[in-house]
Design a protein around this ligand. Sequence first.
Ligand code: PDD
Length: 278
Amino acid sequence: SLVYLNGEYLPLSQAKISVLDRGFIFGDGIYEVVPAYNRKPFRLNEHVARLERSLKAIKLETGKTTQDWIQLMTDMVNKAETDDTFVYLQVTRGVAKRDHAYPNPPVAPTIFLMSSPFVRPSEELRTKGFRVVSMPDERWYHCDIKSVSLLGNILAKEYAHAKGVDDVIQFRDGFMTEASSANIWVVKNGTLLAPLKNNLILEGIRYGLMEKLAAQCGIPFVAQNISEEQVAQADELLFTSATKEVLPILEYNGQPVGQGVAGPIYQKLRAAYDLEIE
Ligand code: PDD
């Protein structure tokens, strides 16, 4: 299928950028991952709003309007090979002589979109759940920006794989932040606990969605600092991202979470999530 690069649609193999692109040289750019079901982008307005927040946070001007982004994403979904797809969008500060300072005057940003087939989490995975381990959050203090500088996230994922598990739950100063590329939720006594929305986590598009679904299902929702002990003693742990939707975490640091099977709050939120997709 075709990809979009700087105003053109072309085959992936023909999409080329300069080695001086600041995305390549510095990781100076931001990205989005938008799922689409049956050629309908899911939560598109929210993804575009976050994209614009990220661009603004790093003072990257593109000249594109909200409507332009919506159009680009929608076109990419329509050009995709499969009906269920996810769109990857990346914007970098463009091509310039290597210098940490922003190019002055600014140069044209590099804008890239591609689609990939989206294989939704299988029934088997939903039953088996994820296994995770804890680790210190060693990333920077702007995790709220969806930056392409992802070395910290990659090291976290690799740490999990070295331990033979699926992912990590990171802690900063004793409080839970998030997984390597997903948000984490704690269920205790029927209440859904979320970490505070601040600069230490990426506010997933599923953050607001889970809050809404919890309200729909009559599940109390509380955002607060969550300690290592609260995670270790959770009745349920949940994992959310664009590509994993919502999954139960059934093993934490080698111990079963709750009864070691997907719990009732997960089941309710999972069902409500699926209904959003219809
Ligand atoms: N990751 N936290 C981090 C660090 C993430 O990278 C992501 C998403 C999330 C969840 O956000 P959302 O619900 O909007 O997907 C939380 C994407 C999927 C990725 O990097 O591929």
